[in-house]
Design a protein around this ligand. Structure first.
Ligand SMILES: *[C@@H]1O[C@H](CO)[C@@H](O)[C@H](O)[C@H]1NC(C)=O
Ligand SMILES: *[C@@H]1O[C@H](CO)[C@@H](O)[C@H](O)[C@H]1NC(C)=O
Ligand SMILES: *[C@@H]1O[C@H](CO)[C@@H](O)[C@H](O)[C@H]1NC(C)=O
Ligand SMILES: *[C@@H]1O[C@H](CO)[C@@H](O)[C@H](O)[C@H]1NC(C)=O
Ligand SMILES: *[C@@H]1O[C@H](CO)[C@@H](O)[C@H](O)[C@H]1NC(C)=O
Ligand SMILES: *[C@@H]1O[C@H](CO)[C@@H](O)[C@H](O)[C@H]1NC(C)=O
Ligand SMILES: *[C@@H]1O[C@H](CO)[C@@H](O)[C@H](O)[C@H]1NC(C)=O
Length: 475
């Protein structure tokens, strides 16, 4: 399995292009939508871009609050500076050099549709347009996702505003979001973008009544499906129900009893938030493997699925105060956790529901170790070329699960540094037996509980987790 799996992976990179390539991507988080994260702990350099929120004596909890506090003029100059510097052509170049082939760009509705009473400022769009052109230049595909919808679809800071879930309360919020989707669809089918945009995601991480969500998804799919023939897939978030719960879903024909085409499911897999932050290391690895296994089965009816957000944060290191650069054990664990997830979230043969992933995020302002892909490459706990399986450290088990062999022992070099490609070549990996520690059949039966995975972007309250659990149970 190691051999054939590796060969298939290598071949997949070679034969599949554009919308059919295995997606290995990163999010450009915290760029066109700000995310402070736990701003009260700013001293720890936490969050995507903490310094923007480090305004003397205040702790703004979102982009809305920041702009409200600064006023439009000051907010615009602050953000213009941020948009033009946080991501540049050089970042896109480095992303390609790491063997990645796609980027996911979170966007707030206010980049396109801003009302006078809203404190936000706009000006993001030219940077979005520019990023797509850079992606085209470096042969990367792009998923654009509406991260912030009017009224907020989940009440978390990642949507631009903290508080209530008001999106479903006012039809004008739907209308405005459809207007943004129409804009994105018309814009990114233009010839100048060369088909770089392969996915438009209707809305990130919604948490509200399923019937209302599906009504919105139908309306959104009608807008985006116009771009079918341009190679853009309508993409929708699983709303934390997990992929198997969306079998036989077609937003354009709810009674069809079969999956829509040009339709991609986005699911987020995080291990850092309650209740999953209490899992032991073997439990985390077991669940990762089981989740991947489900997406690797053939003919399950699960839609083409991307893990659109994941990271290296877990309950074990979520609040750690050591930096990976000084902590060899942490680098060792991160490498195993990274490779376990890479193996699980990547297809290992044709025809599987799994089509790839986007790590959250390429970088953060201070390159928090568990959340910065770039830092992982620099310090050697993420493979230097993700498109080249010979740069991976862990072998795949021989028991057909497509999971890493957790019994294999790898230790990070004493000094943090990028591993030069192929130092741990495939030839040096032992072939493991079928009794590998991860990926047992019993692990496979526990995936449903993964449904309570929640957003990275908030100290998620117990109430929310309960609300999520309720949603999951009532589906
Ligand atoms: C926040 O501002 C203070 C004072 O200007 C500075 O000392 C501190 O380093 C800043 N923190 C971050 C995360 O930028
Ligand atoms: C990464 O590996 C792939 C597959 O071997 C190869 O085609 C590509 O050129 C490599 N990228 C870099 C930047 O070395
Ligand atoms: C719905 O939202 C629009 C635009 O923000 C606003 O003008 C209108 O008053 C809202 N309607 C209700 C019923 O809240
Ligand atoms: C989309 O909106 C942006 C920002 O307002 C605008 O510059 C662009 O021309 C619009 N594109 C289309 C196709 O409407
Ligand atoms: C896009 O494809 C779907 C599925 O084949 C189809 O139902 C829909 O009508 C297509 N949309 C357009 C505008 O062609
Ligand atoms: C787009 O949709 C097609 C047809 O359903 C699917 O085969 C493909 O994997 C999807 N690609 C992406 C990148 O979403
Ligand atoms: C991290 O610290 C926060 C704040 O003290 C706490 O609420 C949270 O439970 C901690 N997380 C873990 C995984 O220990």
């Amino acid at each position: 399995m190691l051999k054939s799996g590796g060969a298939w992976l290598a071949a997949a990179g070679a034969f599949a292009t554009g919308a059919n390539a295995v997606v290995r991507g990163v999010n450009l988080g915290g760029w066109l939508v700000l995310e402070p994260w736990w701003v009260s702990r700013i001293a720890r350099h936490n969050g995507m871009t903490p310094s923007i929120f480090n305004v003397s004596g205040t702790s703004y909890d979102s982009e809305w609050a920041l702009c409200n506090g600064l006023g439009k003029q000051k907010c615009l100059s602050t953000l213009q500076n941020h948009w033009s510097t946080f991501y540049t052509r050089d970042d896109i170049k480095q992303i390609q050099a790491a063997g990645l082939n796609s980027i996911r760009i979170p966007l707030g509705y206010w980049a396109v549709d801003l009302l006078d009473f809203e404190p936000y400022v706009s000006g993001q769009y030219q940077y979005l347009s520019q990023a797509v052109q850079w992606a085209k230049e470096f042969d990367l595909t792009v998923m654009i996702d509406i991260h912030g919808a009017p009224g907020s679809q989940n009440g978390w800071e990642e949507t631009g505003i903290v508080g209530g879930i008001e999106f479903p309360l006012n039809q004008s919020n739907t209308d405005r979001t459809l207007n943004v989707l129409k804009n994105l669809t018309e814009e990114f089918t233009k010839e100048m973008y060369g088909g770089a945009v392969t996915n438009i995601e209707l809305m990130n991480e919604p948490i509200f009544e399923l019937a209302k969500l599906q009504t919105f998804y139908t309306a959104g799919a009608e807008v985006v499906s116009v771009a079918n023939s341009s190679g853009i897939n309508t993409t929708f978030h699983d709303a934390f129900y997990n992929p198997p719960n969306w079998k036989n879903y077609d937003p354009l024909n709810m009674n069809s009893g079969s999956n829509g085409k040009y339709l991609t499911l986005d699911t987020h897999q995080f291990w850092a938030f309650p209740p999953l932050d209490t899992l032991s290391v073997p439990e985390i690895l077991g669940r990762i493997c089981a989740f991947g296994l489900e997406l690797k089965q053939l003919d399950t009816g699960i839609l083409p699925t991307i893990v659109g957000e994941w990271s290296l944060s877990t309950g074990h290191t979520a609040n750690s105060t050591t930096d990976s650069g000084q902590d060899r054990d942490k680098r060792t664990w991160f490498r195993e956790l990274f490779e376990a997830q890479n193996a699980a979230y990547t297809p290992n043969g044709p025809g599987q529901a799994s089509i790839g992933w986007y790590f959250w995020s390429w970088k953060t302002e201070y390159d928090i170790d568990a959340w910065s892909y770039r830092k992982g490459v620099e310090q050697g706990y993420i493979p230097s070329n993700i498109s080249d399986p010979s740069t991976y450290a862990y072998p795949i088990t021989t028991d057909n699960t497509g999971c890493i062999d957790g019994s294999f022992k790898w230790q990070a070099p004493e000094i943090a540094q990028a591993s030069s490609s192929a130092t741990s070549s495939a030839g040096s990996k032992p072939t493991s037996t079928g009794t590998a520690t991860s990926g047992s059949a019993s692990a496979a039966s526990t995936t449903a509980s993964g449904a309570a995975n929640v957003s990275p972007a908030s100290g998620v309250s117990a109430a929310l987790v309960i609300a999520l659990a309720y949603l999951v149970c009532s589906l």
